[in-house]
Design a protein around this ligand. Structure first.
Ligand code: FUL
Length: 481
């Protein structure tokens, strides 16, 4: 009995010693909340306020509460539409620049409580919370820093008001996954009847550090979005375009919301000191708010598919705005387009070809880090090389001539974003044909290439800051060529 135990211990210690240690993390790495955020990938933006009824994009702040009458408002319908489109959450404009609050805030009269909707007893945020819970979606909030209604906007008193509202939203509506601080700030407005221009200094006025502390304290698992993070950054445009070179890293210390940074937000900073990945925000219609005149201008399913590739396919998350109409419902045209898009998406990625196929690698760190980790379907395993190796090839043998036209690659980002240059080649009729040149990978990229009949696909990591760590390679035969 004792001998058997000693033998067992010897076997265990032998196999433990033959395991190779993983690489140390390189540079900034994502927090647990950021990792959860990366996995969400796709969620809905819902823009709703008095503008929905006044046909504006930016309300002046003098709109009467009585204009807000979303008579058939049904957040469960929004949640159903989001769920069916494959989205994982909804972020709502709790307050837009006009200052009207979709919840009955204690700190202002300019809210749903003074509208005729539900006799002033309604609360859009609460209804959305319940709907999200019912459909297994996460909830996020947008609280505009600029408030064209508030008499105290531009004074220190406004910060007290703004933070009180933030506290209400972060304490009374359950778990919030993302807090969205937009960068549009200051200008003309109603301001309690003064009807004047109020300019603020974007860099100093909001004292963001202390506002962020409130979020950290009240919702420790939420990520904070703004032009400059701290957790998630704007992509620098509102047309749905992620950057092909896209570092999840940012030198955010020198940046602030509303600053002039749009041109660098797409790529981020290769040598950034913080993990601040990009989010692509874009609307399914030309405007952020619902306008009847735009009913015929809803993006087509194919256009939504293109957006998917130019955002999620480029190491970004996609927040797609689907604005409720004057009934408080998502319009049928938007629903139709989203449904057809979802069908396209399912067909696009229905036929995965790499899983379980034989994988050869040019270099390998050793046991536990083999090439076969890239196509085992497990995001926690990855291929990597010795610390001194900054490049390497991964060859997937498709086991015979196979039609292929899409590739998905993921780095194991828990150890940082490393890859600076990669390529993809296909083995066709006994020769390698070059298909794709790329720079960064990050959490995930998906690239298209013209249909090929290949027997092998090679991913070459040409340059990496430290030994490359690749957790996933998937190959697809999408419909069409
Ligand atoms: C911007 C705002 O000015 C737009 O109205 C919209 O809400 C967009 C998502 O953010 O900063």
């Amino acid at each position: 009995m004792k001998k058997a135990l000693i033998l067992l211990l010897a076997i265990i210690s032998f196999s433990a010693s033959s395991q190779v240690a993983p690489p140390a993390p390189y540079g900034p790495v994502p927090s647990a909340s950021q990792l959860a955020w990366h996995e969400m990938a796709f969620y809905m933006f819902a823009h709703l306020t008095v503008n929905t009824f006044t046909d504006k994009e930016w309300g002046y702040g003098d709109e009467k509460e009585s204009v807000f009458i979303p008579a058939r408002l049904d957040c469960r319908q929004w949640a159903r539409v989001a769920k069916e489109a494959g989205m994982k959450g909804i972020i709502i404009t709790a307050k837009h620049h006009d200052g009207f609050c979709l919840w009955p805030s204690k700190y202002t009269e300019h809210s749903v409580k003074n509208s005729v909707w539900k006799n002033g007893k309604g609360d859009v945020i609460r209804e959305l919370r319940q709907a999200c819970d019912e459909y297994g979606l996460k909830l996020g909030i947008y609280l505009s820093p600029w408030d064209r209604n508030s008499p105290v906007y531009g004074t220190p008193e406004y910060l007290v008001y703004y933070r009180n509202q933030l506290k209400e939203l972060l304490t009374e509506y359950g778990d919030i996954f993302e807090v969205w601080f937009d960068g549009a700030n200051g200008g003309d407005g109603y301001y309690g009847g003064k009807r004047e221009v109020r300019k603020i200094d974007n860099k100093t006025f909001y004292d963001w550090t202390n506002t962020h502390k409130i979020v950290r304290e009240l919702q420790p698992s939420a990520v904070i979005f703004s032009d400059a993070g701290p957790d998630v950054r704007w992509v620098g445009n509102e047309s749905g375009l992620g950057s092909l070179t896209n570092w999840c890293l940012l030198k955010r210390d020198d940046m602030y919301p509303g600053g002039d940074f749009a041109s660098i937000l797409g790529e981020g900073h290769e040598d950034g000191k913080y993990w601040v990945p990009a989010e692509v925000d874009v609307s399914i219609r030309p405007g952020w708010f619902y306008h009847p005149s735009q009913d015929s201008l809803v993006r087509t399913p194919q256009n939504l598919m293109d957006l998917y590739y130019s955002s999620i396919g480029r190491n970004s998350n996609l927040i797609l705005n689907v604005p409720p109409d004057r009934d408080g419902l998502i319009h049928n045209n938007d629903i139709k387009s989203l449904k057809a898009f979802r069908d396209l998406l399912t067909k696009e990625f229905e036929r995965e070809l790499a899983r379980g196929k034989k994988v050869d690698v040019s270099v390998c760190r050793g046991k536990g880090f083999e090439g076969s980790n890239v196509n085992d379907g497990n995001p926690e395993t990855y291929w990597t090389a010795n610390d001194s190796e900054k490049s390497g090839d991964i060859i997937i043998d498709l086991g015979g001539e196979t039609e292929v036209n899409r590739i998905l690659i993921q780095e194991y980002i828990k150890l940082g974003q490393r890859v600076q240059k990669f390529g993809v080649d296909a083995f066709i009729n006994g020769q390698w044909k070059h298909l794709i040149d790329g720079t960064t990978i990050g959490y995930k990229i998906i690239r298209k290439f013209p249909l090929e009949k290949a027997t092998k696909i090679k991913v070459s990591i040409g340059k990496s800051k430290a030994c490359p760590c690749i957790s996933s390679i998937e190959l697809f035969r999408a419909p069409g060529v």
